[in-house]
Design a protein around this ligand. Structure first.
Ligand code: A2R
Length: 327
């Protein structure tokens, strides 16, 4: 009897925070899928170390190198592509706006061109961002997909362009992509520059006496809606299997609070609570901040049945435990 062909999924950004959790999710829930990942030759492999290397296949390339992407499409001919690779850090985009635009806009265009030129017909997840909405006004929350874009960083501008070029490739060439604008998602393995990880790392260092008892913070008054990265990758899987090309979806969690309240929750898991000082580091303040990131995810939930399930307390405790093992 002929065996059914395995589905092939290509993940760009497989070595990153979200990409590595997506590998965990697919292996645990859809072991019939063959996983391929785009890596650069110097990509740190730490986030994949816990997974046996025979469970996925890595291919060398770079978003800036169209030839490498075109070759990859020919080699893998994926049915699904999760495009997660990016310059993902808002704050650094003020220092490196050109690199941010090149990676996120030109890099995404290279990927779309490679797909178009290879004449393959995958479903592509395009990872835009809630940052596209930028400086949202009070009367506009919760934010719907039709909200105006007021991007407040080079990163946000790059994600507006990534979002729009993908939409144009659908309109003009029928390249089947679906865009997400994910709100804050966090958990173990998130880059240490992001607030939750930065706080957790400092708490772990202070617990071990490796940092003076001061937690350095940015703007504690920004409002964010938090979700767990493990809920986020489940949403991405449902997206490519249930949603329609050309569409765009807000996705986010249910817990909305100020960054300062999140820090307070995180400290609940540590004996240093009440003993460490909290000080603002001006370098961590954005030149123009976004402060009202509250999503309306009803469109995505209605089409997929997705709900954020992991409580923020678990997310934060797991993140702190992750850093306790690493510092
Ligand atoms: O820097 P590397 O070699 O470790 O790879 C990163 C990859 N990446 C690239 N891959 C190929 N060509 C490039 N020119 C290139 N530049 C960056 O993107 C890494 O594997 C990934 C970024 O990982 P993280 O910084 O941990 O991002 P995260 O949080 O996983 O974000 C996933 C998506 C992105 O589109 C964000 O903008 C969005 O979620 O929030």
């Amino acid at each position: 009897m002929k065996r059914p062909k395995k589905r092939r999924a290509l993940i760009t950004g497989i070595t990153g925070f979200v990409g590595s959790h997506l590998v965990d999710y697919i292996l645990a829930n859809h072991p019939e899928v063959e996983i391929y990942g785009l890596v650069r030759w110097r990509s740190p492999m730490d986030n994949l170390m816990h997974i046996s290397p025979d469970r996925y296949k890595l291919l060398y390339g770079d978003l800036m190198d169209l030839g490498s992407l075109t070759r990859m499409m020919g080699e893998v001919s994926p049915e699904i592509i999760f495009h997660l690779a990016a310059q993902s850090y808002v704050q650094i985009s003020f220092d490196t706006p050109i690199d941010t635009l090149q990676t996120n806009v030109i890099g995404t265009t290279n990927l779309l061109e490679a797909i178009r030129l290879s004449k393959i017909d995958p479903v592509i997840h395009i990872c835009s961002s809630s940052e596209v909405y930028g400086q949202v006004r009070e009367g506009e929350v919760p934010i719907k997909e039709a909200n105006p874009f007021r991007p407040a960083s080079p990163y946000a501008v790059s994600k507006v362009a990534e979002d729009m070029i993908a939409f144009q490739y659908w309109l003009s060439y029928g390249i089947k992509n679906i865009r997400t604008r994910m709100f804050t998602h966090t958990g173990p393995r998130r880059g240490e520059v992001f607030a939750e990880s930065a706080f957790a790392k400092q708490i772990a260092l202070i617990e071990k006496g490796k940092q003076e008892p001061v937690i350095w913070v940015g703007n504690l008054d920004s409002v964010r809606t938090f979700s767990d990265v493990r809920d986020a990758v489940k949403a991405y899987w449902l997206l490519v299997n249930k949603c329609s090309p050309g569409e765009v979806y807000n996705i986010g969690g249910n817990r909305t609070m100020k960054i300062g309240e999140m820090l307070d929750l995180l400290l609940d898991f540590s004996p240093i609570k009440g003993k460490a000082k909290i000080k603002v580091d001006p370098k961590l303040l954005r030149l123009s901040d976004v402060t009202l990131q509250i999503p309306d995810c009803s469109k995505f939930k209605a089409e997929t049945g997705w709900e954020a399930e992991i409580p923020l307390e678990k997310t934060l405790e797991d993140t702190l435990n992750y850093w306790r093992k690493r510092v």
